[in-house]
Design a protein around this ligand. Structure first.
Ligand SMILES: [Zn+2]
Length: 129
């Protein structure tokens, strides 16, 4: 997929998820596994989404971006704060004592569950808009 297509999709997500102020940059890091991605919350409304590759099936890239954009929405609107090394995270006004380095705790965190739930429907809405 082309970077231009990724940016178009991210803009769709900003509208869909109601985060017009978010400024999102997309980076590709060849050190990442091709299917891995993360989002980094910089200052204010600035975010960087890092992807391992965009040379994957279109819908797969969309699903990855929908996931990371859901995290952007959580930072913007749901008070998501992620703390590692034994510090507690926050989400929707609640404090979570989740070890983010522990895979099973990480995957069952409510913000990860919501991000995974959004992957398919956002991709579907984009393709059928
Ligand atoms: Zn996630």
């Amino acid at each position: 997929m082309k970077m231009k297509e990724c940016k178009k999709f991210v803009n769709f997500c900003k509208t869909y998820l109601n985060v017009p102020k978010a400024k999102v940059k997309i980076k590709i890091d060849k050190e990442f596994h091709a299917e891995d991605a993360c989002v980094h919350h910089k200052k204010g409304h600035k975010y960087i989404i890092t992807l391992g590759s965009i040379d994957l099936m279109d819908n797969f890239v969309y699903m990855i971006l929908a996931h990371e954009m859901t995290h952007v929405k959580q930072f913007e609107l749901d008070g998501l704060e992620l703390y590692y090394k034994g510090r507690k995270s926050r989400f929707n006004g609640q404090i979570y004592d989740i070890d983010l380095d522990n895979d099973s705790e990480y995957f069952s965190a409510p913000w990860e569950v919501e991000a995974r739930i959004n992957e398919v429907p956002i991709t579907y809405y984009y393709n059928n808009r």
